[in-house]
Design a protein around this ligand. Structure first.
Ligand code: GLP
Length: 242
């Protein structure tokens, strides 16, 4: 695991993009593992800027997103599908048919989750972008999720729903109670993982992820066992590392 400390959010985004850009330029048909949340938005802006400058094309690339809320219409502005369209896909030349987000509205969620894992297994992720939850979750793999998990339906912890209430008029009751997420085993299949962390709210989780025991109480700690992980944390998120 390589850890880069950045001074602030912008530098974090830039360092992460520099590492990602190598894959984007070397592999025109790369499979990108993408994440939602406020943390990767700066990185997505840099991807868009370089695309607009003609430096990268996403025409032949495929994307696989980590997670989606259960029961939220895709047209809802806070569905992760809407988020991805708004913050990235609408601004680059990726074929929308090649962008994949778990289906939180499937009639048979288990079956759809199994198909998502099968798709991910058939399209190994070249670079996986991750954020981290304040409780150490990655994707929506909450503490206690088995390390050998595949795509599954998860009941969100109250703290996670509280953290995400800011996107739902600060009303926790509007935050969906369940989500579908790529499992930890699926995430660990990625060839290269870049985890971004920003802000003091992530400092404790970052410390446990990097220095704590590898243990299901901190899902992100599993990354210690992956051969190719880059963590980019800004000063506030890296606070307990020094
Ligand atoms: C959600 C997402 C995670 C994300 C986390 C942190 O729970 N499912 O993938 O990493 O939020 O979000 P933020 O980047 O907004 O702090």
């Amino acid at each position: 695991m390589i850890v880069i400390q950045a001074k602030d959010y912008d530098e974090m985004s830039l360092k992460a993009y520099e590492a990602m850009k190598k894959v984007l330029t070397e592999k025109p048909d790369a499979v990108l593992g993408l994440a939602t949340g406020s943390t990767p938005v700066g990185l997505y802006k840099l991807m868009i800027e370089d695309y607009k400058r003609g430096l990268v094309s996403y025409k032949r690339m495929t994307s696989i997103n980590l997670d989606e809320y259960v029961g939220l219409p895709v047209t809802h502005p806070e569905s992760y599908r809407s988020f991805m369209n708004r913050n990235l896909f609408d601004h680059i030349d990726i074929d929308i048919a090649n962008t994949h987000v778990p289906d939180g509205l499937a009639e048979d969620l288990e079956k759809s989750a199994a198909a998502y894992t099968a798709f991910a297994a058939a399209h190994p992720i070249d670079v996986q972008i991750l954020g981290i939850g304040a409780n150490g979750h990655i994707g929506f793999n909450e503490p206690g999720t088995p390390f050998d998990s595949h795509t599954h339906v998860v009941e969100l912890k109250e703290g996670t729903r509280r953290d995400n209430a800011r996107f739902f008029d600060n009303d926790i009751n509007k935050v969906p109670t369940h989500a579908v997420t790529l499992g930890l085993k699926d995430i660990m299949n990625a060839k290269f993982i870049i985890l971004l962390a920003s802000g003091s709210g992530k400092a404790d989780a970052v410390k446990k992820m990097i220095k704590g025991t590898v243990d299901e109480s901190c899902p992100a700690s599993v990354l210690q066992t992956h051969p190719n992980v880059l963590v980019v944390a800004d000063e506030a998120a890296a606070y307990y590392l020094n």
